[in-house]
Design a protein around this ligand. Sequence first.
Ligand code: DGL
Length: 276
Amino acid sequence: MVNAAKRVLVFDSGVGGLSVLDAIAASGRAFEIDYAADNAWLPYGLKSDEQLRDRVPNLLARLVEQWAPQAVVVACNTASTIALEQVRAALSIPVVGVVPPIKPAAAATRTGVIGLLATPATVQRAYTDDLIAQFAGGKRVIRFGSAELVEAAERKLRGESPDQSEITGVVTRLFGTPGGDAIDVVALACTHFPLLAAELAAAAPRECIWMDSGAAIARRLAHVLVADQGAPRVRRAAFTSGEGALASLRAFETRGFSAFSHIAEAPSFELKPLVR
Ligand code: DGL
């Protein structure tokens, strides 16, 4: 028997979740995908734990009431590593979080030295410490937090050229950390960063594996929702900053999104038409 397409809400602070959406869309499963960005609050990587624990579950609860998805993907490491428990408690549908890809990075490294590139918040989280202790025992993990790369990815998807010297600066500092010259795998633990894959690779002093979580999340989602094979369909996108949304609308349109909303501020988080 063929089931109906499964409705999924992908959530991030900004355009970063599009790297996860791209992986879900490439999975060949029958998903109907909506997207929400809390771009009025971008970057999450510079917000406090308390702010995120309060806002993200409330915002997602209101969006789920209004759009009735069957699962939510928190396509944001910064939110997942601090608020996943609270989001799960606030919703009665499955929640798939995105956490740093330490486990596959540890399996892939030959030198035993992994670079971990994330937001300033994610690199210092207890959740990240636990992942490293659990999956990368005996490996060396060199952490580097960058909010600049988040902004660079946002700029790129607004159609502006990213500042390659800024990206090179970040990558140079990661590889320049003591022991960093042996890095052969970089775990991209922010969903914005795979959107800069070409720029990051060009900035690296040598070839290495750039590991992200997108494909694993797509597999997990298909499993959780028991999704059939089929053509994924991308539908609606909503944003807490209308102005920010208009600037990056093309990145959404080229991915097939055709309906856009503005999310009113807390506490209502009501979906309204996006005025162009
Ligand atoms: N895309 C988000 C992540 O995966 C964070 C970006 C931000 O700082 O808002 O961590």
